[in-house]
Write a new protein. Structure first.
Length: 147
């Protein structure tokens, strides 16, 4: 029996509890580590460069927490407002004119391609290959009047 097979036999609530305990221990350990790193860097650089006093470990942890609140926050990465914006961005794209279109408009694309798209593309390609200097986009667009 391998270790993974034995782990899979552990009841799921117990596995969740073990992961929670290990995660909490890891978070506390990283917090302590970052606290010591901040204390070490502060006491090494700040008194020499700016003439500031040295700090204790708990002051370093406080600076770390303050910096996290001010600059990083404690929100999770699965914020619903961010994910809904991301989903909306996936449903939309920019066409060649710089206009936003939704992907729902493409649901009839396969039917169009079978009925007239392939012939339209081949006609376009023939015009493009035959008239290299002329407009190969089909009929010229009428100029718009601004006034």
């Amino acid at each position: 029996m391998s270790c993974k097979e034995g782990w899979n036999e552990v009841p799921k609530p117990l596995r969740i509890m073990i992961y929670t305990v290990l995660g909490t221990i890891a978070a506390i350990g990283l917090g302590l580590l970052f606290g010591w790193i901040i204390v070490w860097l502060w006491n090494w650089l700040m008194p020499m460069i700016f003439g500031l006093p040295t700090i204790t470990f708990w002051q370093g942890v406080g600076i770390f927490i303050l910096a996290k609140i001010l600059f990083g926050g404690f929100s999770s990465h699965s914020d619903s407002s961010k994910s809904s914006k991301k989903d909306k961005a996936h449903r939309e794209h920019w066409d060649s004119d710089g206009m936003k279109r939704k992907f729902e408009s493409w649901k009839h694309y396969d039917e169009w391609w079978k009925s007239e798209g392939k012939a339209a593309f081949e006609s376009f390609a023939e015009k493009a290959n035959g008239d290299s200097g002329a407009d190969a986009g089909g009929e010229p667009e009428e100029p718009k009047e601004d006034e």
